[in-house]
Design a protein around this ligand. Structure first.
Ligand code: CA
Length: 228
C-alpha cells in the first residue's frame, strides 16, 4: 500500500483529503506544519506528498525545495491562488504538479495517478531481484541464496535471471532458449530440461515439489518464490 503525506494546515481540508485518499486505498500521514513535513519526508519515507503552498510556519515552496535536496519524493502542490506565477513557482522548486483549490476527488486522484505513472517510467530499470532467499544482482551477474554466493555458468545465470525477472509466469522451453542462450539456433528443448536440473542442483533446490523453479508439465517452467 502506498503512503501519502498530506501537508495542509486547514484541518477540514486535511480531513477531506485523508478520506478521499484512504478510500482510494492509500495510507495517509497528515500534518499542518511544514517543519514537521520535512521531518516526516525523511523518517516516514512516504511514496507521494500532497503539499499546500500556504502553511503557517514554512512556505510550501520552501518545504519542497528543502525536500528536493535529499529526496526525489513526488510532490503535488496545492494552491488556492490561480495566478500562473504561483503555479510556475511551485514547479520550479521541484513540485511535480499542482492542483488549484477547490478541487474534486476525481481531479485529485487523476493528478496523483499521473504523477505515479511518470515516476514509474522515469525510475531506473530493475537492477536486483530479492525475495528474501534468492538475491540476483543483474548489473554484476551475482547470485546469492540466503547470503551465500552461488557460482553459475553464464547460461545457468541467464536462465535463473530470466525466470526470476518473470517470477510467477510460466515460460516455455522455446522462450527460455530465446532469452537465456547465447546462440539459440537449433537447440532442442531437452537442453532446457537438463539445464534446469543442473541449476536446481547448484542452488540446492532439487528436492521434489518444494523447488522455487517449478516444472509446469506440458507448458514450461516458472519461478515461484518460497520465501516467507
Ligand atoms: Ca493553507
Amino acid at each position: 500500500m502506498a503512503t501519502i503525506l498530506v501537508v495542509e494546515d486547514e484541518v477540514k481540508l486535511r480531513d477531506v483529503l485523508r478520506s478521499y485518499l484512504e478510500r482510494a486505498g492509500f495510507a495517509v500521514l497528515g500534518t499542518g506544519s511544514g517543519a514537521e513535513a520535512m521531518g516526516l519526508a525523511q523518517t516516514a519515507t512516504p511514496d507521494l506528498m500532497v503539499l499546500d503552498l500556504r502553511l503557517p510556519d514554512i512556505a510550501g515552496e520552501e518545504v519542497a525545495r528543502e525536500i528536493r535536496t535529499f529526496s526525489g519524493l513526488p510532490i503535488l502542490m496545492l494552491t488556492a491562488k490561480t495566478a500562473e506565477e504561483d503555479r510556475i513557482r511551485g514547479l520550479e522548486v521541484g513540485a511535480d504538479d499542482y492542483l488549484t483549490k477547490p478541487f474534486s476527488r476525481v481531479e485529485l486522484l487523476a493528478r496523483l495517478q499521473a504523477i505515479s505513472r511518470r515516476q514509474v517510467s522515469r525510475s531506473d530499470p530493475v537492477t536486483t531481484f530479492d525475495d528474501g532467499t534468492l538475491h540476483v544482482d543483474f548489473a554484476h551477474q551475482e547470485v546469492t541464496i540466503d547470503g551465500n554466493p552461488i557460482v553459475l555458468t553464464p547460461t545457468e545465470y541467464r536462465l535463473l535471471a530470466t525466470l526470476a525477472r518473470h517470477q510467477g509466469q510460466v515460460l516455455s522451453s522455446d522462450q527460455l532458449i530465446e532469452l537465456a542462450w547465447d546462440d539459440p539456433s537449433g537447440l532442442a528443448p531437452s537442453r532446457v530440461k537438463y539445464a534446469v536440473l543442473r541449476l536446481r542442483r547448484k542452488l540446492g533446490w532439487d528436492e521434489g515439489d518444494d523447488t522455487p523453479i517449478e516444472t509446469v508439465r506440458g507448458f514450461g517452467y516458472r519461478y515461484r518464490s518460497k520465501a516467507r
